[in-house]
Design a protein around this ligand. Structure first.
Ligand code: LLP
Length: 419
């Protein structure tokens, strides 16, 4: 249970901090998401301490978990935010985040999104193409407002992760090649409205090695020297997010290992180090609590059919991701059995685990799908007209409802019947 330090068994019942998950499921119903504030806070503190030797701005990647109570806590602790849409920008500001600490990433920002970002004077827009830079230039000139930008460089580095979440290879849609970036920086020299304040890269997600970061940073620093020789003084270097967590094996590195590789590059310089971590802060704070509806035995398999589904937690269906599944009650004397743990959605991809050996399950048993703090609720949908789960934040022995379960009528409240 090392990977989920805030979850443990007391009298054979799984607790998060000082809250009994069975009691919580009874009160709020299942499926429900639960997050440990202590875990988020300790990850945040560990991150800040690891990079404390240099001028450091951690910008939480909102897409990992965008609940405004989560954003509010991070804003209170001084976080910046990495956003990828107008929706995320508005969320951050609704949660009390500072516009000046927002980095706007994303490969296809719309005109209205850029306009709003410039209007709000956000910290920096991470530009992903020549055309985007042109668009920003014309909007800023028309609005007669300054805008800070950095170019997102594609360093052509293999982060050795799932191909869907590798973003720094040259075949990917993300970023700008160094050779293209240099003339773009040159075009911004003495630009009236567009100010090149930084440089950015993000090579992927769930990365559990330091070498890809060292390679990407080396690539970026080489380009920085060339940019400075043009007479442009950058203020920050943003090396993105991507630090991995433990889902199963003990693979994840402590933040200090990444810091050992990255901070020496910044020591003695005037550059601020910006990072955009998401999963590493919140991933192992969360669990999805679900209840077994039925056990279904077929000639080839034993299925445990649970009340959560791929619409609630998409990662197994989309990436074949492995999540630990813990029984909320440990019942002694139960034999071990092999199950496919599946949801009610009408797709064979709707599973949480396949051929998983677990102690025998029965209808009504509660399971905790672990490591469900990041890219879980934020990727949930209403597929099959299912209500998205409620979200609960646990702080010691206190439980805060931070999102209500969707009400049934909300499922079609934006839809209009024909007259
Ligand atoms: N910055 C940028 C520009 C990003 O695209 C991302 C993630 C991050 C920061 C944060 O990365 P993190 O520290 O959380 O690894 N849905 C996938 C992950 C997609 C990541 C997308 N970009 C999953 O469930 O594994």
């Amino acid at each position: 249970m090392n990977q989920f330090p805030e979850y443990d068994y007391r009298q054979d019942t799984l607790h998060v901090e000082n809250v009994d998950l069975a009691a919580l499921a009874l009160q709020y119903g299942t499926p429900c998401y639960v997050y440990s504030k202590k875990h988020l806070q300790s990850q945040w503190t560990a991150l800040c301490e690891a990079f404390g030797a240099v001028d450091f701005l951690p910008c939480y990647a909102v897409k990992a978990n965008s609940n405004i109570a989560i954003l509010q806590m991070l804003a209170d602790w001084g976080a910046g935010f990495d956003i990828v849409s107008l929706g995320e920008m508005e969320r951050v500001m609704a949660a009390g985040g500072e516009a000046g600490k927002i980095m706007f990433s994303g490969v296809a920002k719309r005109e209205d999104e850029l306009r709003k970002a410039i209007h709000c004077q956000i910290g920096c827009i991470n530009v992903e193409s020549e055309f985007e830079l042109q668009r920003i230039g014309s909007i800023a000139a028309e609005m007669e407002m300054p805008v800070n930008v950095s170019l997102r460089i594609n360093p052509d580095v293999n982060p050795k992760t799932h191909p869907y979440i590798a973003t720094g290879l040259k075949e990917s849609k993300f970023g700008i090649a160094s050779e293209t970036a240099l003339p773009l920086y040159r075009s911004l020299l003495n630009h009236a409205w567009v100010h090149p304040v930084g440089i950015d890269c993000h090579i992927g997600s769930q990365i559990v090695e330091t070498q890809p970061y060292a390679d990407a940073a080396q690539h970026v620093f080489k380009l920085v020297a060339e940019i400075e020789s043009l007479g442009i003084q950058l203020q920050h270097i943003d090396l993105g997010g991507g630090f991995g967590i433990n889902y199963d094996a003990d693979q994840a590195l402590p933040f200090s290992k990444y810091a050992d590789v990255l901070t020496p590059l910044f020591t003695g310089t005037n550059y601020q180090l910006v990072l955009e971590p998401g999963r590493s802060l919140i991933g192992n704070a969360g669990a999805l609590i679900t209840s077994v509806e039925y056990i279904k035995e077929t000639d080839s398999k034993s299925f445990a059919l649970v009340d959560a589904a791929m619409n609630d937690l998409l990662r197994p269906a989309l990436y074949d991701a492995w999540h630990s599944l813990l029984p909320v009650h440990k019942v002694s004397g139960r034999a071990e059995k092999t199950y496919d743990i599946v949801g009610p959605v009408c797709e064979s991809g709707d599973f949480f685990a396949r051929s998983r050996v677990m102690s025998e399950l029965g209808a009504g048993d509660l399971l905790a799908v672990m490591s469900a703090g990041a890219y879980a609720m934020s990727m949930a949908s209403n597929y099959n007209s299912r209500q998205r789960p409620c979200e609960l934040l646990v702080d010691n022995d206190q439980v805060h409802l931070i999102r209500r379960r969707d009400a049934l009528e909300e499922l079609w409240s934006n839809e209009l019947t024909l007259c």
